[in-house]
Design a protein around this ligand. Structure first.
Ligand code: ATP
Length: 199
């Protein structure tokens, strides 16, 4: 039985924080692999500001290229309907029936967790690894589950904070400033080549 991480995100674009946290989670929790799942039609994000899913997918592939324990799945980008995490985990349960699934999220996403579609179903199917995020204090994450009969299985990675977001990167890119140091190797070149994030 292996431990498999599922790491969903818009990755618009993928940044060094995504890769650094995934590397840290891999070793800290002894995962065999992490499956990155770039989303196609995120139900919770404003679609206007979202770069074409094939570009986001390619950038994640480039960013993950040097780590054989990272896989990039086109599962969500191939879906025509909005993606909900509980459906993704349900389907990955079938792919990895014998393994333990860990859903990896940042503190900001986990804070909104009870608003996710069918979150109770999701909770029952996998464990969570929550990575702290600057400005989002981890205390209180659990308040909402107090008194629940079956609280989620959650592991925290609190001592690592990666102070970078895709929003910040997009803002810089729109000002024609490419923040190479916040982008995994090869991603800046891809953005340039395809003239992405131009205002
Ligand atoms: P945006 O700024 O566009 O909202 P983002 O930087 O949060 O994007 P996403 O692709 O939405 O990136 O993130 C995918 C997952 O990774 C989410 O669960 C998010 O919380 C988590 N994540 C992203 N950046 C960080 C970070 N710096 N520290 C911890 N978690 C992060």
């Amino acid at each position: 039985m292996a431990r498999i991480g599922l790491f969903g995100g818009t990755f618009n674009p993928v940044h060094t924080g995504h890769i650094a946290l995934a590397e840290r989670v891999l070793t800290e929790f002894g995962l065999e692999r992490i499956v990155f799942l770039p989303t196609g039609n995120p139900p919770h994000k404003k679609n206007a500001d979202i770069t074409d899913k094939m570009h986001r997918f390619r950038m994640v592939q480039i960013a993950c290229g040097s780590n054989p324990q990272f896989l990039v799945s086109d599962y969500e980008i191939k879906k025509e309907t909005p993606n909900y995490s509980y459906q993704t985990v349900e389907d990955f349960r079938k792919i990895y029936p014998e393994d333990e699934l860990y859903f990896i999220v940042g503190g900001d996403s986990f804070r909104d967790f009870p608003k996710w579609m069918e979150y109770e179903k999701l909770m029952a199917m996998c464990s969570f690894i929550v990575v702290s995020r600057p400005g989002i204090p981890p205390e209180g994450y659990f308040e909402k589950f107090r008194g629940d009969e079956k609280p989620p299985r959650v592991f925290f990675l609190n001592d690592a904070t990666y102070d970078v977001s895709s929003t910040e990167i997009r803002e810089l890119l729109y000002k024609e400033n490419i923040p190479e140091e916040l982008l995994p190797p090869g991603v800046a070149a891809y953005i340039r080549e395809h003239q992405l994030y131009q205002s």
